[in-house]
Unconditional design. Structure first.
Length: 291
């Protein structure tokens, strides 16, 4: 039994969430309810070919093309929802569906190009049953570059020990990080690892570089709660760590936002920071709102 949530973050634009809440008040559906019947391959996140076919019309032709090329239906559904999430964000700001537009940087980071609205930055991440979006006012720099999010299911590959799992990723970790992980009990080490990894991903996704940035340049010293990039604390960043449970599955994630100024902080998400919906219900609401 799994629900398929999406996550949204607000930073200075709470009315968006209030709007979304009004539309999405139904309790989360579960995967059992959300599974496809009909003639689609298994693995889709929401029920019925009809819902999928209606939802795919909500996105632009380029996204549709990409989504339809996925071999695995669950990859297609995750990407579809990740493309609908920022559309709903804009729709709830009063932008007519036809006016919503996006572009991508050369490195592939999507950003909003809808004219006539205040700049807003967003970023999405998806893993297994979770699709997450973080958004914030585009206060600093071009809107694509100020926010990044990464979320991952807390697990290691089957039949692989924790030590061998982190050893494979050794080159992406600093000496301190690697030492900390291999000297921790495996369960605790796994949790620490996912904080380190999702923070590195979120930071580099906020920069718009993703894996194009050497992860070993970033160090997250969890014990002291300090992030270093090239040995120095990067100025003006806000890192928010969050956790979600989905039945027996646990997810960890980090949102990184460039705020400007000198302070950099790492915080655990406040309860109202995060909103979680079932994908099934979210997609139904999107069809209602975006058509
Ligand atoms: C983008 C990237 C970080 C994705 O990491 P991931 O952990 O596999 O995936 P996540 O689920 O966290 O994020 C995927 C989302 O990130 C966004 N994204 C894509 N490129 C991005 C970038 N350069 N920076 C930030 N976000 C990006 C997209 O919205 C994407 O959603 P989609 O797959 O539904 O389109 C990784 O694929 C990457 O770094 N790619 C290399 C980019 C690059 O160097 N391109 C060179 C082309 S010239």
């Amino acid at each position: 039994m799994m629900n398929i949530p999406s996550v949204t973050k607000y930073g200075g634009v709470p009315s968006l969430i209030d709007h979304l809440r009004r539309f999405l008040q139904t309790p989360p559906a579960h995967l059992d309810d959300a599974c496809l019947g009909g003639d689609l391959p298994s693995g889709c996140l929401f029920r019925g070919i009809q819902l999928y076919q209606r939802a795919i019309l909500l996105v632009d032709p380029g996204s549709r093309d990409r989504i339809q090329r996925f071999y695995r239906r669950d990859d297609a559904c995750r990407t579809l929802i990740s493309r609908i999430l920022p559309r709903m964000l804009l729709r709830q700001r009063g932008v007519p569906a036809q006016a919503i537009s996006f572009a991508s940087t050369q490195a592939g980071k999507p950003y909003i190009t809808t004219p006539g609205i205040e700049p807003i930055g967003f970023n999405v991440s998806h893993d297994n049953a979770l699709i997450a979006m973080a958004f914030a006012p585009g206060r600093h720099g071009p809107p694509p570059f100020n926010i990044g999010i990464d979320v991952m299911k807390v697990q290691r590959p089957a039949n692989e020990s924790f030590i061998s799992f982190v050893s494979v990723l050794r080159s992406q970790l600093t000496n301190m990080e690697f030492r900390l992980l291999v000297t921790s009990p495996p369960d605790q080490g796994l949790e620490l690892f996912f904080w380190m990894w999702t923070l590195k991903e979120a930071y580099t996704k906020a920069l718009g570089l993703g894996l194009g940035f050497d992860f070993a340049r970033i160090e997250y010293n969890i014990h002291e709660d300090v992030v270093l990039v090239d040995g120095k604390v990067p100025k003006g960043w806000h890192f928010t760590k969050f956790e979600l449970s989905d039945g027996d599955d646990r997810y960890q994630g980090v949102a990184a936002e460039f705020f400007g100024g000198d302070r950099t902080e790492i915080v655990m998400a406040e309860p109202n920071w995060l909103v979680q919906y079932s994908a099934q219900y979210f997609v139904q609401a999107a069809i209602h709102e975006l058509v």
